[in-house]
Design a protein around this ligand. Structure first.
Ligand code: ADP
Length: 272
């Protein structure tokens, strides 16, 4: 047999230097209490992934759970603003402390660490991945449900989250147009390849409700969603309309004041 080149693609399977595949999963802060961890993913940006993450957190908090949001969308963090959190995160020698929303939801995000929250994050992929890992390993979480707002798509940071954080499952967020494209399929396949269970699909921006007659208008066609979800082998957990009141409250940092309960099906699935 030829000598080992330390390049496993050229060695034989019997090479003595071959190592068993090693888990890249990281341990959370030893003082953290973390129940279930769910990633919220989307095939691309702007479909309402952060909105669904925030609404899910609010729904679970209303059900009496301790809830946290780890904002892994490092270059486009929008969670603190939706909850009206503008202060900086603090820490001790041993840990970083998450900020708390008005109803007690714990939040950690790069925006809470920047000197100025409008500063852009101009960091290379490995640095961003490192920050996300630190949000898992260094932050002192106390939550029954931790939601990870993943970056859109299937890039570097998403991969790093899948590899380093032990996710109990993921929820996929898609808009109706996105559902009929291949973008969702890529997210589904990534989760399958990473052996993470998919809890189901949340469709956002499904319809609008006429303010005068309350009729639902399906801008992108009705009935296609269930069919598309089935095609991707996904359970349709919830359908959220476009709601100007929700957008206005989110922009004002008062997402917790919104009373809609569209994510009931998704919350039931997580409780189950
Ligand atoms: P993503 O995280 O997928 O990039 P966001 O959650 O940041 O997307 O949503 C993009 C924009 O659309 C935000 O301004 C958000 O407030 C708004 N938005 C998302 N979902 C809805 C909705 N159902 N109704 C009204 N506005 C929404």
């Amino acid at each position: 047999m030829s000598e080992c080149t330390h390049n496993c693609s050229t060695c034989g399977e019997s090479c003595g230097s071959r190592q068993e595949p090693q888990s890249l999963l990281q341990q959370p802060n030893p003082d953290s209490h973390i129940g279930k961890v769910y990633g919220v993913v989307s095939g691309k940006g702007g479909v309402g992934k952060s909105m669904v993450t925030s609404q899910l957190a609010v729904t679970m908090r209303r059900r009496g759970y301790q809830v946290g949001i780890l904002d892994a969308d490092v270059t486009g963090p929008s969670i603190p603003k939706a909850f009206g959190i503008h202060e900086s995160a603090t820490g001790t020698e041993d840990c970083l402390l998450p900020c708390k929303s008005s109803t007690g939801i714990e939040v950690m995000s790069t925006n809470l660490l920047l000197e100025n929250e409008t500063d852009p994050v101009i960091w290379r992929g490995p640095v961003i991945s490192g920050v996300v890992q630190q949000f898992w390993t260094d932050v002192l979480w106390n939550c029954d449900y931790l939601f990870v707002d993943m970056p859109p798509g299937t890039g570097d940071v998403s991969l790093s989250v899948f590899q380093s954080i032990p996710l109990d499952g993921i929820l996929i967020v898609a808009s109706p147009q996105e559902l009929v494209s291949m973008v969702v399929e890529k997210a589904v396949k990534m989760a399958e390849m990473m052996n993470v269970p998919i809890v189901g699909l949340v469709e956002n921006m499904s319809y609008i409700t006429c303010p005068d007659c309350s009729k639902k208008v399906y801008l992108f066609g009705e009935g296609k969603t269930r069919e598309a979800a089935e095609r991707h082998g996904l359970k349709l957990l919830a359908q959220m309309p476009i709601d100007p009141r929700l957008a206005a409250l989110t922009d004002a940092g008062r997402i917790e004041d919104f009373e809609g309960d569209w994510l009931k099906g998704a919350a039931d699935a997580l409780e189950g």
